[in-house]
Ligand binder design. Structure first.
Ligand code: ARG
Ligand code: ZN
Length: 440
């Protein structure tokens, strides 16, 4: 009786996750648990064939639900719990209607077969993101919206999941993804790489990057360090790999334990991309990074990857924190005193101070300078106000209380006040939300 009632009341899940900057991103009605993604890619023709098996749980009585996937990729079949499901594609929404409605709280498996020639998207800030082709493969970076250009999913930052990527490419190419390389097998001129990302991950942090990479995999210090470098940088892989452990050790001492089972990086040769990205466990770089960029992307593993904002508006929780960590590392190595980094940022001209970093205003501004520099200055001012002991307790509590989860600015302000034992609303309001240059 209850079951029949549930089916009668089942309604479609929301087509968007409700983020004001990217409203279509993500979908309602279910929680993703694990993505098992099998890809076959031909770099010379850009032909991609994909098979996704996603395990999920419904969060309402569900008659239909969406996955995000651009409609330039063609979906060939969809099943839910093994039974053929009806589906349609429009824009970035793949609408799936299972043969039988799902009851609230039901575990289910959706399998999607698709293929096509993926392309990147253009972000509101003019950058490319998603499946970015290179001369020998793909530079795959997905913040904020590229994931929908190559696989279907619930592409909202709050729906974290574990992943397995099984990627087949020609023998002269390497496919690198997040997590641990768990198998590699060749046959018939093609090689299949299996990568397991066992800690929860937001989909904007996934990557499957492909190229004629030189791949090294070694335990360095406390970390399994898997590095892929473009052949133009041959010979630099070992030195690059060795730069990770000292930074991660230092950050672990300040921020708490490194959250993931492996580290490393993907150093491609694609200077026109114009940015690096903190893809989980294994950031991607368009060229060999300097110490600033390397430490920035590694700091994101705590701030952004393990602890992820709940909405794009709070992006300073990623970029301000990673920038401050970068300042700390440059200070530690003697490259630049922390106070010099702060003073240089504080000396920026009037127009820099117009945008408050806690409220970028639109998706076009989420990576603007104030989000990074004024965000970092906010942390420095917080540290000067509450003292070193309270400040680093705040950071370590933040990374432990929200490990593998999501949190917003309000939660950070509340935590800071709790640990400092005082009202800090004026500080945060001035630095995060008021246009204009704060006095010191
Ligand atoms: N999160 C990246 C960083 O570490 C920047 C990503 C920029 N992406 C973009 N589409 N503009 O700074
Ligand atoms: Zn960053």
């Amino acid at each position: 009786m209850r079951f029949l009632l549930a089916l009668a009341l089942a309604v479609p899940g929301a087509p968007g996750g409700g983020d004001p900057y990217f409203p279509d991103q993500g979908n309602g009605g279910y929680d993703a648990g694990h993505y098992d993604l099998v890809l076959d890619y031909n770099p010379s023709s850009n032909a991609l064939t994909g098979a996704l098996t996603l395990t999920a749980r419904s969060t309402q009585d569900l008659s239909a639900f969406d996955l995000d996937l651009v409609d330039t990729l063609a979906v060939r079949s969809v099943t839910v719990d093994g039974a053929a499901a009806a589906f349609s594609q429009k824009g970035q929404e793949l609408v799936v209607t299972p043969a039988a409605a799902l009851a609230n709280g039901q575990d289910f498996t959706v399998a999607v077969r698709y293929d096509g020639k993926p392309t990147h998207v253009l972000d509101p800030d003019g950058s490319r993101d998603g499946w970015i082709r290179t001369s020998d493969g793909v530079f795959n970076a997905n913040e904020p919206q590229g994931a929908m250009t190559w696989y279907p999913g619930n592409h909202h930052m709050t729906d974290k999941a574990t992943y397995r990527f099984t990627v087949t490419v020609p023998d002269d190419r390497v496919a690198v993804a997040n997590g641990d390389l768990t198998s590699k097998r060749s046959g018939g001129g093609r090689t299949t790489f299996v990568w397991d990302a066992r800690e929860p991950m937001a989909s904007y942090l996934t990557t499957v990057s492909i190229g004629k990479f030189q791949l090294t995999d070694a335990k360095i210090g406390n970390y399994r360090t898997i590095v892929a470098v473009d052949p133009k940088l041959a010979g630099k892989a070992t030195a690059f790999a060795q730069r990770h452990a000292p930074i991660l050790d230092y950050f672990s001492s300040l921020f708490g334990p490194y959250p993931f089972s492996s580290t490393g990086g993907i150093v491609d040769h694609e200077p026109n991309v114009g940015y690096a990205l903190e893809t989980q466990t294994r950031p991607i770089y368009p060229s060999v990074p300097g110490e600033g960029t390397l430490s920035h992307e590694l700091a994101h593993q705590w701030f952004g990857d393990s602890v992820t904002p709940t909405r794009w508006k709070d992006i300073w929780l990623n970029e301000g924190f990673a920038t401050y960590a970068e300042w700390l590392w440059l200070d530690r190595t003697g490259a630049k005193p922390l106070q010099t980094s702060f003073d240089t940022a504080y000396a920026q001209p009037a127009d820099f101070w117009e945008m408050p970093p806690g409220d970028p205003g639109s998706g076009a501004a989420i990576f603007d300078d104030p989000v990074y520099d004024r965000g970092a200055m906010t942390l420095h001012v917080l540290r000067r106000t509450v003292g070193d002991a309270a400040f680093f307790t705040i950071l370590r509590t933040w990374t432990s209380e929200h490990r593998y989860g999501n949190a917003d600015t309000q939660a950070f302000v509340a935590l800071s006040q709790r640990i400092a034992g005082r009202d800090l609303s004026a500080l945060f309001t001035t630095w995060l939300y008021k246009p204009g240059k704060p006095a010191l």
